[in-house]
Design a protein around this ligand. Sequence first.
Ligand code: DC
Length: 197
Amino acid sequence: MIFTVAIDGPAAAGKGTISRAVAERFGFRHLDTGLLYRAVGAKGGDPVAAAQALVPDDLVRDDLRSLAAGEAASRVAVIPEVRAALVEFQRRFARMDGGAVLDGRDIGTVICPEAEVKLFVTASPQVRAHRRWREVGGDEADVLAQVIARDARDADRATAPMVAAPDAVLLDTTEMSISAAVERAASAIRSTIEGRA
Ligand code: DC
């Protein structure tokens, strides 16, 4: 079965947790596309060459989850040639037999506009910064400033900006628990699968 779930939205909105949970529940493969950009940013040197030479081993570095790696990722992600180098791999993953969940910023709009289910997961910057701060510590006001700066860079870039696809289901986790959001996502997927049967 070819079935793609596209999950987009800003940092720390709950995309990763929701994606992993629904992938496990439906037996779909999962790709965290932010890791691709994090790996390109972490390699250093020319980002276009780094994106063109990216190999699976680059994705298992254990420093890719830091705030600094997220910041570097957001900076290389504005470069159209970097994005272009990563498109084919993501498209192939999305349409592989067996079902796939991809989370990122442009999955439902650019990578896989034909995705069977599209979700846009968001939350207020304050709530997202608070969640991130609980993971990484430091000064919460600094974390909030970084979240706001990263949102602006991801949403305002010219190529494949972060935006909800017109046909995406909006999940605002500001006041919704992540487990409730997982249930909403799972029921959107289930009803699409049942509608196709
Ligand atoms: O989801 P994340 O925080 O790991 O993403 C890190 C950065 O990578 C994000 O700020 C912007 C970029 N990114 C992107 O431009 N497109 C994607 N599909 C995924 C991530």
